[in-house]
Design a protein around this ligand. Structure first.
Ligand code: FES
Length: 144
């Protein structure tokens, strides 16, 4: 049992590295991950499927991350996250069907005094409001 726990830790490390490097875990990597960790392919597949922060789908062309850190949350970030999900038609850590946008939650960009903050691609937008976010998201969707 301890050996299997160790394999899961290694799988967590490998999948997280792939996710952070490529933006997703390519399905062809499953057999390699299984071989490397000593787990069954089905176990690897199930592990990735069950973790909301891992995805088999390529990332969107645009990344939208809503800060749900303490300070941003106290300033209405949860409402912004709901607004983003509604506008994009996806849950957090999912990609729109056309791969235009990946929506994520984040926990503190280190810009708390400007919160609530939303990252769109490489730019952090502070003092976010629902109206401003909707306008920004519509702009992102319009550019594809
Ligand atoms: S809590 Fe949102 S930037 Fe720090």
């Amino acid at each position: 049992m301890l050996a299997e726990f160790g394999d899961t830790i290694e799988l967590r490390l490998l999948t997280t590295t792939l996710q952070q490097t490529l933006g997703y875990v390519p399905p062809p990597a499953v057999p390699l991950l299984a071989e490397k960790t000593g787990l069954e392919r089905a176990q690897v597949f199930e592990f990735i499927e069950s973790d909301a922060q891992l995805s088999f789908k390529p990332p969107g062309r645009h990344r939208v991350a809503i800060c749900l850190g303490k300070n941003c949350s106290q300033r209405g970030a949860a409402t912004l996250a709901e607004e983003a999900m509604r506008t994009l038609g996806i849950d957090s850590f999912r990609v729109t069907a056309d791969f235009a946008v990946r929506l994520e939650s984040f926990y503190c960009f280190g810009r708390c005094k400007d919160g609530p903050n939303v990252l769109i691609d490489e730019e952090i937008h502070g003092t976010m409001t629902s109206a401003k976010l909707t306008e920004l998201l519509r702009g992102v969707l319009a550019t594809g």
